[in-house]
Design a protein around this ligand. Structure first.
Ligand code: PNS
Length: 158
């Protein structure tokens, strides 16, 4: 069985993330969406809330598992016997950092490959930070995040 991990903060999940999730789930037998605890950032949503939201908007995907992980991604991939780490690339500016991370993860766990998936054009400008900024300033979040979670985001940002 080919298992892939799609890691991220997902604070909150955006339509760009969801696009990568759908496309990855089509390619692999099993997709693990791994929500990072990431102690260096002050998240808007708790890990439990982020998992709940992703579960809510991926109900239609059968081969998906939403989990949290703490510590190194390379170690978590080894623990789950996942050979592929998926990273979405929006622009060339993402590449330098992600390339470094791919080499780092490979050196920590030589059994993993990082696979870069180009984001769909519509979402190339989109990030969780942008969503939070637009939401905090009272902007329209339609089309940027899954419709069922717009109210939850607005409530959080109040
Ligand atoms: O959505 P993000 O914030 O860009 O996701 C970043 C993430 C979670 C993929 C990255 O921070 C990560 O892999 N964190 C786990 C810790 C780790 O392995 N760090 C790399 C070596 S310092």
């Amino acid at each position: 069985m080919k298992t892939a991990i799609y890691p991220g903060s997902f604070d909150p999940v955006t339509n760009g993330h969801l696009d990568i999730i759908h496309r990855s789930a089509e390619i692999f037998d099993h997709l693990i969406v791994a929500v990072s605890v990431n102690r260096s950032k002050r998240p808007l949503f708790t890990v439990e809330e982020r998992i709940h939201v992703i579960e809510k908007v991926t109900k239609d995907i059968k081969n998906i598992e939403i989990v949290t992980f703490d510590g190194l991604l390379a170690d978590y991939a080894k623990k789950r016997d996942a050979k592929v780490i998926i990273k979405g690339l929006r622009a060339v500016s993402d590449f330098e950092y992600e390339f470094q991370m791919a080499l780092l993860n490979k050196s920590l766990n030589p059994n993993t490959e990082t696979l870069f998936m180009a984001t769909s054009q519509n979402y190339s400008f989109l990030s969780s930070s942008i969503v939070k900024e637009i939401g905090a300033l009272g902007g329209d979040l339609n089309g940027l995040v899954p419709e069922p979670i717009i109210d939850e985001i607005k409530q959080k940002l109040k």
